[in-house]
Structure formats: C-alpha cells, structure tokens
Design a protein around this ligand. Structure first.
Ligand code: NAP
Length: 300
C-alpha cells in the first residue's frame, strides 16, 4: 500500500506531488496523457506570480514537471480505469493491476463544454475546435469565430487576432465575463469584432465548416455568418466520470470539499478545477494541491 495516490498531472496534481514527496510519503502520480493539464493549451499565462513575461502554458507545465522530477517523482503515464473510494479502503484499477492507497488526491481537472448547437458533432475537428492554441495555426489569414464571453474565449480571440484576418466573438449577452485586462486587450485589436446578444443556432458547411447560423436575441433576426473556423469556449465540465456516485458533488457537477480539500469520503481529496472552487486559475489549483497533500500527509 502506498501513502498517497494522485490522479491527474495538471498544476493541482503536480503541486500535490511536490508537497507529498517533500513530506516523505510514498507517492504515485497517475496521468493518462501528458502533464500540465489545461494550461498546455494556453498560449500565455499572465497571472502566475513571478512570471511577468507570461510564459506559454506548455513551458510552465514542463517546469512544474521538472521540479517534481528533481525530487524523484516521475509520473506514471497510465490511465486509471476505476476508482473504489470508501472511508476504509481506496483502490485504483490500472490496465496492469490494482494499487491501494491510504489517501487519494483527485486532480482530473475539467474538459471543454460542448455548445450543443446543431451541426457541432458533424464539424467538430473539421472546422470546429475547442483549443485555439492547438489549432489556431490552421486558420492563418482566415476568418474565425470564437463562441463565449469568458476568459478562455476572450484570450483565445486575442491570440487568434495575431494569426487570422478577422475574429468574431459571438456572445449571448451584452457584457463579457472575461477579466477587464483581457477585454481591454481584445477591444484594442482592430480585427476583433464582438457580436453581442447572439446565439449560435447551427454550424453549417459541406465537406467542412463554412458558416454559422446566428440568432440575434433582441430582434429575433436569423443570419448566416461565413467563417472558416469556429472556436467553442463556453466553459468547462469537471471530469468526475471516474468517481460517479461515490462522492458528494455540487450543483455544477464539481466535487465538494472542505477547507483541507477533503471530500465527503475520509482520506479522499480533490484539488484544482475538478472541485467546487470560486476561482479556477493555475495559482489556485497549485494551492489546492499543496493544501490537499499537506493534509493527506497527516493521515498517512
Ligand atoms: P467561463 O468563465 O465559465 O465562461 C464561459 C462563457 O461561455 C461565458 O461567457 C458564458 O456566457 C458562455 N456560455 C456558457 N454556456 C453557453 C452556451 N450554452 N451558449 C453560449 N454561451 C455560453 O469559462 P472559461 O472562460 O472557459 O473559464 C473557465 C475558468 O478558467 C474560469 O474560472 C476562468 O477564469 C479560468 N480561466 C482563466 C484564464 C486566465 O486567467 N487567463 C484563462 C482561461 C480560463 P455568460 O457569460 O452569459 O454566462
């Protein structure tokens, strides 16, 4: 039996690993794909203290991993297939067997939310993307739309404005949710245009996406906007499929925790975007990981 099993290698999981390892625990950190989490899709992290030049997310994620690697913690690149979590027993099922841990820290993060508009499934990956940093280069000198009004949508639009001829932000309200600084940056770009009070009714095209059908919520007017690509950025969904009915969840599907990041099951913690948190940032995910690991150490 190990002391601490960490599931997920984003900022929360890596920082939990750092604290757990420094605390002398036997730790394993499981990551199914690559470390860094959602930040590897971010072209610039502007608000992580100490990095005023805004490193790209990939570089920051790699620096996090190097740090834990120096302490001797290498992530296990394997999916966790099943989690059985109770006050008395915590078992992780992997492709090649099972691991039992005294404590578990859940750091699986969140995935992009689908918009749910007609045609989204048809053109997903063929004109519709959920990651501007990954796919923006395909739309060099082209016209794109970003759907959403939060930090992700507006920062994606700013990033795309340097590559694309024209960037529309399609937002369902008359005010953006994104931070003031991001908004200022977007409004200063001559090739960004915000389409207010508008919803996407349908993604249209033939072989690939060629336009979006929009509805003006104030006038009811329906029109088609010709675009080469669409970037959907309408929020995130906590990745809780592995824990299903085992832990108490908040209304938005995130995991409820106390101030120590402990969930409704003793010795099971949640940290970062997967938990019910008022702020989803790299710095808060790292802090969650640190708090969870420190408390888990006390239980080992
Ligand atoms: P978010 O803050 O939840 O914003 C989602 C946006 O999508 C909102 O503007 C929302 O509109 C819109 N939306 C949601 N459902 C929609 C639908 N069905 N149709 C049309 N529009 C819809 O999500 P996010 O921007 O992905 O950010 C997630 C978290 O990561 C946030 O905590 C954010 O602060 C953080 N983040 C931070 C940074 C940064 O600091 N640089 C960068 C990226 C993300 P309404 O406004 O009308 O609700």
């Amino acid at each position: 039996m190990i002391d601490i099993a960490i599931v997920g290698g984003g900022p929360a999981g890596l920082n939990a690993g750092l604290y757990a390892k420094r605390g002398g625990a036997s730790v394993r950190l499981f990551e199914e794909m690559f470390t860094g989490g959602q930040i590897v899709k971010t072209h610039r992290v502007d608000n992580y203290l100490g990095f005023s030049d805004g490193p790209d997310g990939y570089t920051l994620g790699a620096a996090f991993e190097q740090h834990i690697s120096k302490l001797g913690l290498e992530p296990d690149y394997t999916p966790v297939l099943k989690l059985e979590l109770s006050d008395n027993r915590k078992v992780l099922t992997l492709p090649d067997g099972q691991v039992e841990a005294k404590t578990v820290i859940l750091c699986m993060g969140a995935s992009p939310r689908l918009l749910g508009a007609k045609g989204e499934d048809i053109y997903s990956g063929n004109g519709i993307s959920y990651c501007a940093t990954c796919d923006g280069a395909f739309y060099r000198d082209k016209t794109v739309a970003v759907i959403g009004g939060g930090d992700t949508a507006v920062s994606d639009a700013v990033y795309l404005s340097a590559l694309c001829k024209k960037v529309y932000i399609i937002h369902r309200r008359d005010a953006l949710r994104a931070s003031e600084l991001l908004q200022q940056s977007a409004f200063s770009k001559p090739n960004i245009e915000v389409v207010w009070n508008t919803t996407v009714e349908e993604f249209v095209g033939e072989q690939s996406l060629s336009g979006i059908t929009l509805k003006d919520k104030l006038t009811g007017e329906i029109r088609t906007l010709n675009i080469d690509g669409a970037f959907v950025a309408v929020g995130i969904v906590p990745r809780t499929e592995l824990i299903a009915d085992q832990l108490a969840l908040a209304d938005d599907g995130s995991i409820e925790t106390d101030k120590y990041m402990e969930t409704s099951v003793k010795g099971v913690f949640a940290a970062g975007d997967i938990r019910n948190t008022p702020l989803r940032q790299v710095i808060t995910a790292c802090a969650d990981g640190a708090v969870a690991a420190s408390r888990a150490l006390e239980l080992c």
